[in-house]
Write a protein that binds this ligand. Structure first.
Ligand code: HEC
Ligand code: HEC
Ligand code: HEC
Ligand code: HEC
Length: 205
């Protein structure tokens, strides 16, 4: 049967059984959704208000396009080239005492896999570097992490690992890896859940 015939049958059927319905009653769920959502059509839903003052950049990874927070403005010692104007090897000497970055200790994988220059480029400190020596922007440091943590990266792209900023309405904005994990010590400390303190509750009464 073609569509025209079906429609004709339907209209005829309606006449016979008189399917005029009261307000608020619908034939099917689709009709209900369409009718009930009419009043919302003029309201523009957006997550922008929740993103607020956070400066973001847009990224596209596979099928996913979303915003992540900008990082360079948050990194205290950026731009690195203010001091790192020459290759690292020229700045280091044999003295055992460090001249800078005393506070940074790496506790991430083991020292066979990881030292400072696994991630930082000794000849161009303003950029991170991939395992094959390619330049990675500090704003896109998730590209550094995704080389080794492929499954978390896949989950993150889809929204299953990490956290969205704002609501479910567009534009989608999500925290990036370094918002939660310190790249030098990425472990998340375990915490005790907050406990209800019955003693305090009694005292407050
Ligand atoms: C205030 C100056 C200054 C700034 C800014 C600075 N550095 Fe350094 N950095 C140094 C000095 C000096 C050394 C050499 C330290 C030594 O060998 O004693 C160094 C060493 C390093 C090393 C090698 C450490 C090691 O133990 O091998 C790395 C990696 C590094 N810096 C990364 C960075 C990055 C990334 C930035 C920017 C985000 C940055 N630095 C900004 C002064 C600076
Ligand atoms: C796993 C990769 C990785 C390793 C290993 C690593 N870094 Fe970093 N480092 C990063 C990333 C990514 C950032 C930027 C973090 C951000 O966006 O806040 C960073 C930031 C920094 C900064 C700027 C931090 C600030 O707040 O000013 C300095 C300095 C630095 N690293 C030095 C070092 C030194 C020195 C070592 C070795 C002792 C080291 N890093 C090892 C990935 C790494
Ligand atoms: C060169 C490979 C490599 C890179 C690049 C790398 N990691 Fe790792 N990471 C590892 C290895 C290896 C471990 C240890 C895994 C284990 O113990 O099972 C690890 C452990 C971790 C852990 C788990 C720590 C724990 O013990 O709970 C987190 C979280 C993590 N990395 C986050 C990051 C983030 C964020 C970045 C990017 C800034 C990053 N990693 C970059 C190799 C890497
Ligand atoms: C909103 C915060 C947040 C963001 C963003 C985030 N993570 Fe995590 N990540 C966590 C928490 C929380 C855990 C769980 C730690 C635990 O169970 O002890 C975790 C665990 C991990 C682990 C340990 C293994 C596991 O799955 O439990 C790795 C590796 C990791 N994250 C890598 C990444 C990478 C790579 C990115 C970016 C692509 C990222 N994370 C983004 C919060 C975050």
């Amino acid at each position: 049967m073609n569509k025209l015939k079906i429609t004709a049958f339907f209209l005829f059927g309606c006449l016979l059984i008189n399917c005029k319905h009261k307000e608020g009653e619908y034939h099917d769920v689709i009709e209900k959704i369409e009718a009930e959502s009419k009043k919302y059509h003029d309201i523009l839903m957006s997550s922008e208000a929740y993103i607020g003052d956070i400066e973001t950049i847009e990224i596209t990874e596979g099928d996913h396009t979303f915003l992540i927070p900008e990082r360079k403005g948050q990194i205290k010692s950026y731009a690195c080239i203010e001091c790192h104007s020459k290759p690292l090897s020229d700045m280091q000497d044999d003295t055992p005492t460090r001249k800078a970055h005393w506070d940074i200790k790496v506790n991430h994988a083991d020292e066979n896999a990881m030292n400072c220059v696994t991630c930082h480029n000794g000849n161009d400190m303003n950029h991170l570097k991939s395992l094959t020596g390619r330049e990675i922007d500090f704003n896109l440091s998730y590209k550094l992490c995704s080389q080794c943590h492929t499954s978390q990266f896949q989950d993150w792209k889809g929204g299953a690992h990490g956290k969205n900023i704002g609501g479910w309405a567009k534009p989608r904005a999500a925290m990036t890896c370094v918002n939660c994990h310190n790249p030098h010590q990425p472990q998340i400390e375990s915490r005790w859940p907050v406990q209800f303190n019955s003693q305090k509750a009694r005292e407050r009464e």
